[in-house]
Ligand binder design. Structure first.
Ligand SMILES: [Ca+2]
Ligand SMILES: [Ca+2]
Ligand SMILES: [Ca+2]
Ligand SMILES: [Ca+2]
Length: 306
C-alpha cells in the first residue's frame, strides 16, 4: 500500500471514528465532502474555524476536514489546495449511518493518488492510473500542478507532461480555458466562469499547463516565454490591468499657465520603405502624458507581440 493510498484509508477510518458527531452538523440534503489540506501555521487552523469548517483530525502538517460544497470551493479559492477529496451524497450518508462500510476501492480505484471523485473533476480515467499514457500517473501530474500553484515549481519544468487528461469535452470546460471546470472549482481555485482568472490576456490553461490548444478559446497556444514569473501565474496578471473611471462630478479643469508660442503649427512628413511583411498585434498598456511644454516629453509603455 503506497503512502497516498494509506492516507486515504486513514481518512476513511478517521471519518468512521468521528462519524456520529460529524454528520450531525450537516444538513440532511447536503453533499458532504471529506478532504485534506496541508497546514504550516496555527493561523490557518484559526481561519478554518472562522469559516465554520469541521476539523475531523489534525496531524502534524495536515488536517482532515468535513466540508460543504461551498466550503470546499472556498478552500480552493483561498489556495489551501484540498486533496484526497471524497464526496458523500445524502444517500451514501444514510447508508453509512445504517452501518454500511465502504472499501478503499470506493475512494481510489486505480491507486494513482487521485480519488475517483477527483478523477471525475480532471476528466481522467478512474480505472487507469495513467490516462494519457505518458508514464506519469494522473496523481503525479496533479501533484505537479499543486507544486506550481504553491510556487515550488514552474510550468516550464512540467509543460511537456501536461495535461493529465486525453481530451476535454466542451461541456466540462464552459469557460474554455483548457482547465476542467470542476477541477477549477474544487482543486485549483481559479474561476470556472472566466478563462483568465487574473484578467490578463492569457487563459488559465495556458498559464498553468504552459500551453492550450490553438483556437481552443479566445486565445491559445504556448504561454509566451517573454512573460516572466510571477506574471505567468494564473493568479498574477502578466501586466497591470489598468482601469480608469472618470466621475463627472469630480472633474475640475483649471488653467494653471497660459503659454504663447511662435510656432503654433507643426508640420511633419514621414517616409519609409517596406522591405518585409510583419504580422502581429500590439497592445499599449501604459499611458501617454505630456508633462513639459519646453521639451515635449512623452512617457509611454508599449508591449508588443510580433
Ligand atoms: Ca485514482
Ligand atoms: Ca499521465
Ligand atoms: Ca475551465
Ligand atoms: Ca490569465
Amino acid at each position: 500500500m503506497n503512502q497516498q493510498k494509506f492516507l486515504t484509508v486513514c481518512l476513511i477510518i478517521i471519518f468512521f471514528l468521528t462519524f456520529p458527531t460529524a454528520i450531525l452538523a450537516v444538513e440532511q440534503n447536503e453533499t458532504v465532502y471529506l478532504t485534506q489540506v496541508h497546514i504550516t501555521t496555527q493561523w490557518q487552523i484559526q481561519k478554518l474555524k472562522f469559516w465554520g469548517i469541521t476539523i475531523i483530525h489534525q496531524a502534524l502538517d495536515f488536517v482532515t476536514l468535513q466540508v460543504s460544497e461551498e466550503q470546499l470551493e472556498t478552500l480552493a479559492q483561498k489556495q489551501y489546495m484540498p486533496y484526497h477529496t471524497i464526496s458523500f451524497s445524502p444517500q451514501r450518508v444514510a447508508a453509512l449511518a445504517s452501518g454500511a462500510i465502504i472499501s478503499i476501492d470506493d475512494a481510489d480505484t486505480d491507486g494513482d493518488g487521485l480519488t475517483d471523485e477527483e478523477e471525475s473533476w480532471w476528466n481522467t480515467n478512474p480505472n487507469n492510473p495513467d490516462t494519457d499514457s505518458d508514464s506519469f500517473t494522473d496523481g503525479d501530474e496533479v501533484a505537479k500542478v499543486r507544486l506550481i500553484l504553491a510556487g515550488e515549481a514552474t510550468t516550464t519544468q512540467f509543460k511537456h507532461i501536461f495535461p493529465p487528461f486525453l481530451t476535454l469535452p466542451p461541456e466540462l470546460d464552459i469557460d474554455m480555458d483548457y482547465l476542467p471546470d470542476q477541477a477549477e472549482r474544487f482543486a485549483i481555485g481559479t474561476s470556472a466562469n472566466s478563462e483568465s482568472t487574473d484578467g490578463d490576456k492569457y487563459d488559465d490553461g495556458q498559464e498553468l499547463f504552459g500551453r492550450s490548444p490553438i483556437d481552443y478559446g479566445q486565445w491559445g497556444g504556448d504561454m509566451p516565454a517573454s512573460v516572466l514569473s510571477p506574471g505567468n501565474n494564473v493568479f498574477v496578471a502578466a501586466y497591470p490591468n489598468i482601469h480608469v473611471e472618470a466621475k463627472t462630478d469630480t472633474i475640475r479643469i483649471e488653467i494653471l499657465e497660459e503659454i504663447t508660442t511662435a510656432h503654433g503649427i507643426i508640420e511633419e512628413q514621414t517616409t519609409g520603405i517596406e522591405t518585409t511583411v510583419t504580422r502581429g498585434s500590439s497592445t499599449t498598456t501604459g499611458s501617454a502624458e505630456t508633462h513639459t511644454y519646453s521639451e515635449w516629453n512623452e512617457a509611454h509603455n508599449t508591449q508588443s507581440e510580433l
